[in-house]
Design a protein around this ligand. Structure first.
Ligand code: F6P
Length: 328
């Protein structure tokens, strides 16, 4: 028989992402609607270990839907990676009579949930929240749309300077292992070339493309480079190496960094987070566990969290081809 859920705890863990607050709000309000007690542990798993939490009522999450970051704060807890740390977390969950967990974060967060659930059998549901969009089982993660639009807005501004000074700009965007932001922001901002970790296009190809664009009459260019791309040691070294071969270019580097993680979430992210939060609470009430809520073809669908962490969302190769055609 399904166990009646009386109390749920929610955490945000890993890198913060715009829309996490909207997801916390949705979880707290859905709990209130269904008369389930809700608490939020601070700093992800670390708060569970230290029993540092706050009660979340419908009213305590007012006015946060539009705020970036996370009111519960976030961390990557090393202590939770140890058996002792997880035991402390479990003891607190028992002490506080918590029946189930909702974990908002990326693959590191979900890996923690899988290990914890195997050891202690605590029901949990994952909500994908990361700007990287690298989680399988959903076409969008919370925060990705906002980060993408931030990146495009920044690249548009950089283009003004690139064009005024006839310069070649290398713009690094976030994504240690994933090129979603780079590829989509690159196409959206009309970049010359886009370098992503999933596809090694090679240094020579980049040189050829830049030579061609000079010959075709372009006076300025933008190359979008994902943080995890391996064409150079890093974006500065890459720019320097290009400039050695092509000294006719005046080269500059701009690293967008953490400004992509902050800011007020886009409407898309707020709506996505709201749907996912409600769906997560209803899935737990329904007796589901070890699943991640996902948004696929306009619908909310749950998938095995173990599968979600094993594979990653695959990059759209067609978009690389489109980018090639458009940078003629
Ligand atoms: O996973 C989100 C992300 O922003 C990545 O794109 C980036 O590589 C990483 O986190 C940066 O992490 P930190 O804020 O710990 O430096």
């Amino acid at each position: 028989m399904k166990k009646k859920i009386k109390k749920i705890a929610v955490i945000t863990s890993g890198g913060d992402a715009p829309g996490m607050n909207a997801a916390i709000r949705a979880v707290a309000r859905a709990c209130s609607y269904y008369q389930i007690e809700c608490v939020g542990f601070y700093r992800g798993y670390q708060g569970m270990i230290e029993n540092d939490f706050v009660a979340l009522s419908a009213r305590s999450v007012k006015n946060i839907i539009s705020k970036g970051g996370t009111i519960l704060k976030s961390a990557r807890s090393n202590e939770f990676r140890t058996k002792e740390g997880r035991k402390k977390a479990y003891d607190n969950i028992v002490k506080e009579n918590i029946d189930a967990l909702i974990l908002i974060g990326g693959d590191g967060t979900f890996n923690g949930g899988v290990v914890f659930s195997k050891e202690y059998n605590v029901p949990f549901i994952g909500i994908p929240g990361t700007i990287d969009n690298d989680i399988a089982g959903t076409s969008a993660t919370i925060g990705y749309d906002t980060a993408l639009n931030t990146a495009v807005e920044c690249i548009d501004k950089i283009r003004d300077t690139a064009s005024s000074h006839n310069r070649l700009f290398f713009v690094e965007v976030m994504g240690r292992d994933a090129g979603f932001i780079a590829l989509n922001a690159g196409v959206g901002a009309g970049a010359e070339e886009i370098l992503i970790p999933e596809e090694d296009l090679g240094f020579d190809r980049l040189l050829e493309a830049l030579k061609r664009s000079k010959l075709s009459g372009k006076s300025s260019s933008i190359v979008v480079v994902s943080e995890g791309d391996k064409t150079g040691e890093n974006v500065f070294e890459l720019a320097e190496n290009v400039n050695k071969v092509l000294p006719e270019y005046e080269v500059r580097v701009s690293v967008l960094g953490h400004m992509q993680r902050g800011g007020s979430p886009s409407c898309f992210d707020r709506v996505l987070a709201s749907k996912m939060g409600v769906h997560a609470v209803e899935s737990i009430m329904d007796g589901q566990t070890d699943v991640m809520v996902g948004f696929i073809n306009g619908e909310m669908l749950n998938s095995s969290i173990e599968e979600a962490v094993k594979s990653t969302n695959s990059i759209n190769k067609e978009l690389l081809r489109i980018s090639d055609i458009l940078s003629v």
